[in-house]
Design a protein around this ligand. Sequence first.
Ligand SMILES: C[S@@+](CC[C@H](N)C(=O)[O-])C[C@H]1O[C@@H](n2cnc3c(N)ncnc32)[C@H](O)[C@@H]1O
Length: 267
Amino acid sequence: MSHSNDKGLRIYQDVFELERMHYGMWQPDEGLSYDNLKAAQQRYETFLIEHVPEGASSILDVGCGTGVMTRVLLAAGFEAEGLSPDIHQKRIFTEKCDAPFHHTTFDDFVPARQYDCLIMSESAQYINSAKLFANARTALGGDGHLLICDYFVLENATGIFRKSGHDYEPFLQEAEREGWELVENLDITEQVVKTLDAAMLAVNKLRLTLQIISERSREKHPKRFKLLNWLFRKKIDKYEQQILLLDSKRFSENKTYRFLKYRVSGA
Ligand SMILES: C[S@@+](CC[C@H](N)C(=O)[O-])C[C@H]1O[C@@H](n2cnc3c(N)ncnc32)[C@H](O)[C@@H]1O
């Protein structure tokens, strides 16, 4: 069971005042600001709701994060439940939603009931694909819809960009082999990547702030700073690699962010 880094979640929520854990969908003319990021994230939730198949009433929000989407689903009149292996998300979800929460990975989930629809909003990438399709079929009772919104790795991807996300074409092929009908496949990469630009802007501002703050000490003690750089070179390298992931152009060259609507039928 995952015990996530609570500090990360607290910084995200308390410092940046962001409770949502997805990219969001931006409009082309929107500038990079917190307000626009929040608006983009809300737009994405509306987009997901609009894509819930007609007639579906019970929905499992798989990898529900802090429960924002579940709350939106409940408000829209759906019978929604949340699932996450993260103990801190369980606490936040329970505060936010009057709905059942399943504290488990989807890989290990044993459903006690059946749902009309499953939503995996930026969580499919964490779930073993064989388990994903098998357990989704069980949770839907062999009949229903699976909505996936996530990024996938393109065939030509290299380096650190290969690391997170399912491989795109093999994922689609596996779904087909497992009997899932692809009802809709939308490429929304262009709409989501502005979130990376916003994050890059924040990181660069933070870097500049640190540079300004440390300017005088760096001038006074250049050797000490050189030594610190050397001692922490591995950590610094790791951070630089992480920052590389915020490059929206490289993201689009290596990944594709998709909305996939699947249907399974015939138990
Ligand atoms: C990037 S967050 C997305 C949260 C939320 N769905 C959203 O759109 O804001 C990824 C979520 O997947 C969950 N997760 C990670 N591994 C998982 C697994 N194996 N099964 C189910 N959920 C998982 C995390 O705990 C987290 O809630």
